[in-house]
Unconditional design. Structure first.
Length: 215
């Protein structure tokens, strides 16, 4: 039986995460906590003798930094790919939801009424994010039969992909910084399975509960 195993990893924390600012596709770096999270995950995967052959990553700075920390410990290549980027929030990039509500309430109301299909002003809809994420995801089994691949990406993209591949999963699930979500793909049956969601063992006592700002 041919199986591809995939670990979807959300990037480490950024200052904009902590301050509740919509990052979208801004080149925001990891903050000190995010760098620590990435190093802890890298050390954990190395200790577990993770057998990933490659790491794919969003080409946004926060994702690449996280991927490079892991790759250095596992001694595997990083392949950047724009398809793994977070949603483009257009004109709302860098703002908090409170700031958007004060500045752009009418367009915010349109998006809130139909978040899947309504694009952010000058940006994307979640439906568009899900389609490009699915395109990237479906390429992995073809490229890596009987292998494991890691992907460092973004919370919104992980949720959008899982909502398509695992529709029975509660769509409101949380994706924490540096969490690992594990999937397998069975080539013979053409079936995706979710085998681990939002795993955070590597953080130990550093795990914190905070609001998630995927956009």
């Amino acid at each position: 039986m041919t199986t591809t195993r995939i670990g979807l990893i959300r990037h480490g924390e950024t200052l904009w995460n902590r301050n509740g600012r919509w990052q979208g596709q801004a080149p925001v770096p990891l903050n000190e906590e995010g760098e620590q999270q990435a190093q802890l995950l890298a050390a954990y995967l190395a200790a577990q003798r993770d057998d990933a052959a490659v790491i794919y990553a969003s080409d946004l700075r926060r994702a690449l930094q996280t991927a490079q920390a892991i790759a250095a410990r596992l001694n595997i290549p990083v392949i950047p790919d724009r398809l793994w980027r977070e949603i483009d929030v257009g004109e709302w990039q860098g703002l908090t939801v409170e700031e958007v509500r004060a500045w752009d309430p009418d367009r915010l109301a349109l998006v809130t009424a139909d978040p899947q299909r309504q694009p952010r002003p000058g940006g994307e809809s979640w439906e568009q994010v899900g389609e490009r994420g699915l395109q990237a995801m479906l390429a992995l089994p073809k490229a890596h039969p009987d292998q494991r691949a890691l992907v460092v990406t973004h919370g919104g993209l992980i949720r959008s992909v899982l909502n398509r591949l695992i529709p029975q999963q509660d769509p409101r699930f949380i994706v924490d910084n540096t969490s690992v979500t594990e999937l397998t793909y069975d080539h013979e049956s053409d079936v995706w399975r979710l085998v681990g969601l939002n795993r955070l063992e590597h953080l130990g006592s550093r795990k914190t509960v905070m609001a998630e700002y995927n956009e």
